[in-house]
Design a protein around this ligand. Sequence first.
Ligand SMILES: Nc1ncnc2c1ncn2[C@@H]1O[C@H](COP(=O)(O)OP(=O)(O)OP(=O)(O)O)[C@@H](O)[C@H]1O
Ligand SMILES: [Mg+2]
Length: 436
Amino acid sequence: MNPAHSGRTLDEILGAVSDETRETIGVLAELLGNAPTAAASPTEFAIRHLGIDRLQLASTRFTGPSTSLAVLGNLLRLEMERHGDVVTVGSPGDGLPPTWSQLDIGPGEKVAVPGRLVAHFPAGTLAAEPLCVTIDDRHWQREFAILSAAVAKPVAERVLTSFQDRLKTSENPLRGRVLEASVNDGCLRITVSPTPTADRAGLVLPASSWAEIDVFLAAATRRREALRRLGLGTNRGMLVAGPPGVGKTHLVRVIAASLAGDFTTILADANSMRHTLADLYAETDTFGPTLVVLDDIDLVLGHRDGGANDGPLADFLAALDGVRQREDILTIATTNDPRSIDPAAQRSSRFDMVVTLPKPDEASRIKILERHLTPLGLALDIGALAAVLDGATGADVKEVIRRAVLEHGSSFTQAQLVEIAESGRWKAALNRRKYL
Ligand SMILES: Nc1ncnc2c1ncn2[C@@H]1O[C@H](COP(=O)(O)OP(=O)(O)OP(=O)(O)O)[C@@H](O)[C@H]1O
Ligand SMILES: [Mg+2]
């Protein structure tokens, strides 16, 4: 080596030149039998550790959505830990050190997963043959690949398939959870949200509505195997309609809670409904059976007007159609007014059923009042209160009681409650949109 460079490693010297120059020098050095001391790229690393030349190197790539990549990263971490004493980790390129990213696996729970690195697994660890695994989670460069000798490519393919199969097991920490989809930097972002605890007892609906909902859920529960056996498809879409405050979002919480564990729930926020719905459905491959919740789609989708607003609707319809290639996907969309949604979005192939939640009748209002007032142990004529609240939604009933507690604490009279209900003072707090 030139004495002028003494004391500096080749990587340090190469650090000052462009990527192309560095790559060229690396190849030349290798051809001359003077390989750099640290591999400049995962490819160089693999060639060195697998003991093969460039022409013998095969790459078996995974292509899939970003959450899959992060969960594969988690599996890679587990394998690196399992074979920790013999695994060698190398630079993801440019002589940079390996990087790790955080995978959100629960409220406040994160696990470090490989972000950018390459790892060599000697023979007898991942497979009988030696293999290298490389990962890069930068969204413009996403990659998860197994590098092997060309003759070992079938082995690499088997290992990649087994990694992908493990996504659908309990080794995937996101499976069966409730997730939120939002948009970050133009890309779909998935985070974990607490699983709701809502049950049916807390939501007062007519028996006919529950019966419809049960028919919808049968695709995920008791009729799933029959549908599958008969080739009828296990995907279902339900549109839940009704005026504000009748319990549409509450219903979604009840359904998400009842399916938790077996189904992964993805709650799409307005931006992700608008911009990343196709990506969101693609993510369902990572989660196995999935419930996709599109709350308040009327905020995002109106009638097709042939104008500039066509984009979101066209994308939405295309994304829903894309569901047909998959299995075990339930979609629930909610809307205040089904007529505000383009008929194309309502066609039966997209939503198999429309369930309209009515405002509660008197008997239902009594049940809702009882649910909230009984714990207070007050001497109240609930039947008379239900009559005063004619036309109120479940949300209205709740707001009246909330207002009474705010004004009078946990002890108030029938007259005070009736006065609040008739005054309309409670309405100021209405329409506060709540999500799960
Ligand atoms: N039928 C009902 N039984 C019990 N509680 C109800 C009922 N309807 C509404 N509520 C209560 O009212 C509140 C608001 O309900 P929710 O947010 O589900 O209404 P929504 O139909 O989604 O309204 P929006 O169209 O404004 O989103 C919730 O706390 C819910 O528990
Ligand atoms: Mg709602």
